[in-house]
Design a protein around this ligand. Structure first.
Ligand code: ZN
Length: 126
């Protein structure tokens, strides 16, 4: 049985009825699209908006948020109260991002993740 290479309409050559190279890249594209959508959907479950942040920051922030919601102390994450507002807690997420939380007395709620630059801007007197 001889299988002869043929040239497809797309310009690739190969065996079979359809061009496998194009089929494959189509599948890869579809897979990437799916992954991207799935990633976008995960943001619906966050108590605060994390969608504009880099992926590693999102994942780390979620971990901290989850722990805080389970009443793990912010001090476990090297969180500190701000000097000018003791009800605000700043927790480092990565080198460049911090999670800002508010202390409501009986619980601590996440408010936002800010970059280092934003954080310094909203800090009075610096
Ligand atoms: Zn092709």
């Amino acid at each position: 049985m001889s299988r002869r290479k043929k040239k497809f309409a797309c310009g690739h050559s190969g065996y079979g009825r359809e061009c496998h190279r194009c089929e494959q890249s189509y599948a890869v594209r579809e897979q990437k699209k799916k992954e991207k959508n799935a990633w976008q959907e995960t943001f619906c479950h966050d108590p605060i908006d994390l969608s504009s942040l880099p992926r590693n920051v999102v994942l780390k922030a979620r971990q901290i948020i989850q722990n805080i919601q389970n009443h793990t102390s912010y001090t476990n994450f090297r969180g500190k109260r701000l000097r000018h507002d003791r009800f605000i807690i700043s927790i480092p997420v990565t080198r460049n991002y911090r999670l800002i939380c508010r202390d409501y007395g009986s619980f601590v709620a996440p408010e936002a993740v800010v970059s280092h630059e934003d954080y310094n801007v909203c800090k009075p007197g610096s």
